[in-house]
Design a protein around this ligand. Sequence first.
Ligand code: GUN
Length: 284
Amino acid sequence: MSAQILDGKAIALELRDSIQKEVAAQVAEGKMPPGLAVILVGEDPASQVYVKNKKIACEKAGFNDVSMVLPAETSQAELLAKIDELNARDDVHGIIVQLPVPDHIDPEEIIERIDPKKDVDGFHPYNMGRLATRLPELAPCTPHGVMTMLAKTGIPLRGLNAVVVGASNIVGVPMALELLNERATVTVCHSATKDLPQKVAEADLVVVGVGIPNMVKGDWIKDGAIVIDVGINRLDDGSLCGDVEYDVAKEKASWITPVPGGVGPMTIATLLQNTLQAAYGVKA
Ligand code: GUN
């Protein structure tokens, strides 16, 4: 049996539409549009694509786009000063620094300098701590986008055996916290995990975010499992593929996210949702 498709693209468009309507209503009442500052340091090609897509989404939603590209040689002190300046601006409600940053920049210090109320990536220890204590405010966009997609599709999570492959601060760790908060039983796997195929084979729900093309093999997937692929990898022929061997996995899963058109669009829609919340205190 072939899996049903978790259509992140359609769900993200619906969410972006309701965000756009909320912005229009707030602006009609005389409020400022939400302002989002995306800072890119250097010229990483993948980051350039993400930042361009964020900029387009931002403008379509009626946000004030304050994105900026800083030279690769920008120092830690200069970047901290830029964040201080954006923290102080009333027309900027969300600030994100696109990762990865060049090697001479310490990302932890940068993230901690962002005002937690403007931390629309949800990476600040304050926001990660709130998520871990079941008091989420601004939650990391990719995992929260996955939760929105599952909720809007009507997939219940309580009691499922969930396996998260990858333990990054951007995806794996907050994903595990989100699933735990919905009362799934969560296992987090990483590079030191023993017998990954066996762990994946026990999963009712598997979320993979490792950035390695086709790393999780389709025949590891349990019959009827839900498969969420966070990976977006560009192959030598220019095509995109995920971290899961899609063609085989889709014959075993009950639900699966495609790449592209699955998790990726949800990440951007959730960034807009977080910025809307930071600006007006409402959730779309
Ligand atoms: N790099 C890859 N994903 C992300 C993200 O969600 N936010 C930021 N700031 N950088 C990223």
